[in-house]
Design a protein around this ligand. Sequence first.
Ligand code: UDP
Length: 359
Amino acid sequence: MGYKLLMISTPVGPLGSGLGGGVELTVTNLARILHQRGHRLTVVAPEKSTLAVDVELVTLPGQWQSTAQTAGRQTPVTQPEPSVLSAMWSYARQVQSAYDLIIHFSYDWLPFYLTPFFQIPIAHFVSMGSLSDSQDGIMAAVAQSHPGTLGVYTRTQAETFSAPEHYRHLGSAIDLSLYDYCPIPAHQLAWVGRISPEKALEDAIAAAEQSQVPLKIMGKLENPAYWQALQAQYPQAPVEYLGFFDTQSLQTVLGNCRALIMTPRWVEAFGNVAIEALACGVPVIAYKRGGPIEIVRHGETGWLVEPDSVAGLVRAIHAIDHIDRRTCRHQAEQDFSLPALGERFEQWFATMVPVRSSL
Ligand code: UDP
């Protein structure tokens, strides 16, 4: 017996493009484990999406939503025409009777607004902290009208919203079999993520320049003007942008680094790259802000550094040999395993769909 689940992916870009950031990996990993655990799944996503999991994938055309982190708090709700977001939710409305539950992954106003009009429950997985007044407002309304249906990655993320107790903490996980433990890395550091101002790559570049340890950068070039400005600002820094990689290539390069540097200027909701690094045995040096606080064990699997302190990053880089890489891999196995994530989501679903239907 399993659930019939309709997963609706982010409308900011196709799965596999990197535009969706960590939520793409979360959708993929969740689809993988829920499928393995015997649930029947359909994933709905923008056209050109790819999914490395053998479940039904429905892709729909339409323009992507712009990302909330690039807009101001007061920015009105907008939707392009034709909109992939509305296409995905029209599809969901038409097919809902074939499912027990919708799992929703976007950070958009429309799906929350539509919630009371659907006949089946919607589990809203919120993948970022508070960024917009209109989004906060509609999420608070759904938290009142449909209690228990909002989930987040971390407590720190939930605390950015006005009523954090309404959000269920679900964490994140990776398929550990896809990440190899690398005991002896090269003399280099990694920075991994969307190249966009909220990630403050400039601090990692400054730290690489000051410590003179080469920095390898991997990730979606989301904001090319920002990247060009960084190159102009630090012409001598020992940094190299390698490109956007799939998981297999990413983990090969990442594993061969002495540390992952995470420099979020915003409250990072989780930081999937942190657990990918740990899985390879790579310690994480992160600002003590947002999700990494709940991931990194300070002094054991990395260093939590005073936020926005490049000097702090440099000190942590010099202290990296105090961290045992085996402990990092061990933490990933212990705290971020995919079956445990699958169980947490199932427990959440059970509060919304009390009686399981047979497939
Ligand atoms: N990523 C990737 N290829 C790359 C660099 C990054 O697939 O070359 C993925 C990485 O696996 C992670 C995501 O990009 O899942 C970044 O997610 P994170 O949660 O760290 O930050 P977000 O983008 O959600 O703010």
